[in-house]
Design a protein around this ligand. Sequence first.
Ligand SMILES: C[S@@+](CC[C@H](N)C(=O)[O-])C[C@H]1O[C@@H](n2cnc3c(N)ncnc32)[C@H](O)[C@@H]1O
Length: 295
Amino acid sequence: MSEALSALIEHLRGDLTLDRPERLRERVDALDRIERLSLYLSDTPDTLALSAGIAAQQSRLDAVNERLYRNLRDAIRRGDGANCLREWMPVAEHADTDTSIAQGEGYDHLDALLGGIAQLHEPADDVAALMPEMVFYQPTPARHIFDLIRRIAPGADDVVLDVGSGLGHVPLLVGACTSARCIGVELEPAYVASARAAAADLRLSRVSFIQADARAADLSQATVFYLYTPFTGGVLGEMLERIREQAQRRDIRLCSLGPCTQVLAAQRWLRAIDVELHSDRIAVFVPCGNDDPAF
Ligand SMILES: C[S@@+](CC[C@H](N)C(=O)[O-])C[C@H]1O[C@@H](n2cnc3c(N)ncnc32)[C@H](O)[C@@H]1O
């Protein structure tokens, strides 16, 4: 294992392209590989020299990443986030054909990017247990948020509401990349506090977070609802009924990811648009229309 690690460190040392900010994916992959291979490193005199090489490459790659995140944070604070972050958006024509771009459940370098920009802190404890049918926190992978932004292209008149927003990845990234207002509704106060701190730090004045049970929250502003399966069963049914009432008053869109997509697809008052439905890809639905009896 230490030969593989030596070879990797040697290779990284010689690869000067890794200092280019846009090579984030390669840096994140390299840091992951170093971490994985280091797990098997034992403490022998031979490995001491290697350890110094490992630490040097890790701090070099981390420093380039930190610089990139800092520049992007500054751009967002200046109101230039849309320009700078869109460079990271998977290219449209690839996203529709290359399933690794907008499909799948894993996390990648774009999550490192979002984490580095937003600097969100997941509270270690003090998180209340959820009631049955309410789903524990897991963030939407960043590439799906980029896919969401590309597909719904929210404008200044839109209000995007993330139902069960956790640490706020979706409202923060959508707010930084578009002129839409974004609202996160989340039950857990510690997540809301962290999300609010990130929005304030990035000066995203159009992004706000409400601490509430989503079933009781004010939905009257939203034009786009996003659900990364925040609940199941009867709780999801209740929420969908509340959203349907909103749909009877104005034009809305509903976007989903995860197992709840199947439940939305089964609603007679909704129809999916745009792409084939997969639970590991963002789905976009619109109400069928006032003339449809199911509505
Ligand atoms: C799967 S996570 C999704 C997080 C976030 N929407 C995202 O995509 O990054 C589900 C979130 O819904 C929250 N949640 C569950 N039941 C809720 C409820 N009744 N009202 C508000 N939030 C709720 C959980 O605390 C958790 O943070």
